[in-house]
Design a protein around this ligand. Structure first.
Ligand SMILES: [Zn+2]
Ligand SMILES: [Zn+2]
Length: 457
């Protein structure tokens, strides 16, 4: 039995079996802890370290491993502003199959972000019922390849590479010529990809911008907000996979951002979409994603024909319907201004309660707030249920009609004694400029006289 080894504390270990087991481990943490459990297992690993490491890398990343490895190697080698044919290729995994420890560390770092983004993408673009990825293997592979290719593009032509393109003392002529050069190189990069691959990138780019602009605040009529802003271009210019950090912690986590407009804006504005669409136009393709056709990457959208439970509108697509499983996406850091706008009348400017109302918004996650509104449902909404799927317009109407009642409920919960109602309720103007009046009467209620409808609807 040439393949049997004899560890100190067990009768025998079949080396082939152990090697096979090691190859099936899901990630490098498992591999490290497994090979340290016994000398025998460690010895088996030492006989085939490279192939075991490559198998575990494949288990971790999946079929997009060649694209992921190409990204980490080009980034670590700082191949800034090189023409696409001077970058390492997607076949580098065949040419240089041995993964260095630097390769592994970088792969682990980016794969975590890309997997988290995949879950977010699945939640927004495929199945709004689940926060974890429901993508098929083929969909997941297309998404991940697009993400790694965008990350590579950003690593070699983006923020970190900028200093290699122009020096700090460059004059206008040098800047103009560096910009032209950058445009040519960037277009060359996308020119090396097929049109379906470009469409995948275009769709992921749209998704990422939606995530970034979500941080500006919620505007119910335009969810998702797909705004082409300098900030969103800049995040993609720094690193597309950092969008997961923006999702979790807001735009402030992009520390490189400088709101003063410098000439660098010429280098990052429409960083991905401009050269990509330019290649599409050269190929006589539509520059924009055709909105009426099936979108790239996703083969099947779950609940594709679902309608708003209340208005049954057939113009709202199923992915823009909101219910308990996706309210959490509506906002992360509280969009104080835009939520405040939904308050009726002038109660948002109430001198006595405004600060507490805003503080409460800050500590109430979106799903708790929207879910909490249903606890204060008015008789006009008796047929509306918490589990309903609502279009943005119906959701906005529901929030408008219940936000002030919910807040009054929170005041009661914290033990406040609620004074008598002001006759003018939320429409009272005095509450906005006389503190004593704002404190003396309750304004989080319907008006019983005076101007009836609120002015901000
Ligand atoms: Zn509706
Ligand atoms: Zn009043």
């Amino acid at each position: 039995m040439g393949n049997t080894v004899h560890p100190m504390h067990s009768s025998f270990v079949n080396a082939d079996l152990v090697e096979c087991f090691l190859r099936f481990l899901p990630d490098f943490q498992c591999l490290a802890s497994t090979i340290l459990t016994s000398k025998a297992i460690y010895n088996v690993f030492q006989q085939h370290p490279r192939s075991v490491v490559r198998s575990v890398a494949y288990n971790l990343i999946g079929p997009a491993l060649p694209q992921a490895l190409r990204f980490v190697r080009c980034k670590n080698a700082q191949l800034y502003y090189k023409p696409v044919d001077e970058l390492l290729g997607e076949d580098d995994i065949q040419k240089n199959p041995v993964l260095s420890s630097e390769d592994i560390t970088s792969l682990v770092g980016i794969s975590t972000s890309v997997q988290e983004l995949e879950s977010l993408f699945s939640w927004r673009m495929k199945d709004r019922r689940f926060k974890t990825s429901q993508l098929s293997l083929a969909e997941s592979t297309r998404f991940q390849k697009a993400m790694y290719r965008m990350s590579l593009f950003s690593a070699v032509y983006g923020c970190n590479a900028h200093e290699s393109a122009i020096g700090s003392d460059s004059d206008q002529e040098e800047i103009d010529s560096a910009l032209e050069e950058a445009k040519t190189l960037r277009k060359g990069f996308f020119g090396s990809l097929s049109t379906p691959e470009l469409r995948d990138i275009q769709w992921v780019e749209t998704f990422l911008r939606g995530v970034i602009t979500r941080d500006y605040g919620v505007c119910f009529s335009t969810i998702p907000p797909e705004i082409y802003s300098p900030e969103s271009s800049f995040v993609l210019y720094c690193a597309p996979h950092h969008v997961i950090d923006v999702y979790k912690r807001g735009l402030d986590c992009i520390t490189e951002w400088d709101s003063d407009i410098t000439e660098e804006i010429l280098f990052y504005n429409d960083f991905i979409i401009e050269p990509l669409t330019s290649v599409l136009v050269d190929r006589t393709e539509q520059p924009l994603l055709p909105v009426t056709q099936k979108q790239p990457i996703i083969d099947e959208i779950v609940g594709e024909h679902d309608r708003c439970s209340q208005c049954r509108s057939d113009t709202v697509k199923c992915l823009d319907l909101w219910g308990p499983s996706n309210w959490g996406y509506l906002w992360g850091t509280p969009p104080l201004y835009s939520i405040e706008q939904l308050l009726k009348g002038h109660v948002g400017a109430n001198l006595a309660d405004r600060a507490h109302f805003l503080a409460l918004l800050c500590e109430t996650p979106a799903e708790d707030l929207v879910g909490g509104l249903f606890d204060y449902k008015t008789p006009a909404y008796s047929t509306w249920n918490k589990a309903d799927w609502l279009c943005p317009q119906c959701l906005e109407k529901f929030v408008r009609d219940h936000l002030h009642i919910w807040y009054l409920g929170q005041k009661v919960k914290r033990g406040d004694v609620i004074p008598d109602n002001c006759w003018y309720g939320y429409n009272c103007r005095t509450q906005t400029h006389r503190l004593a009046h704002a404190q003396k009467l309750n304004h989080w209620c319907e008006p019983t006289r005076g101007d009836a409808p609120p002015t901000n609807v």
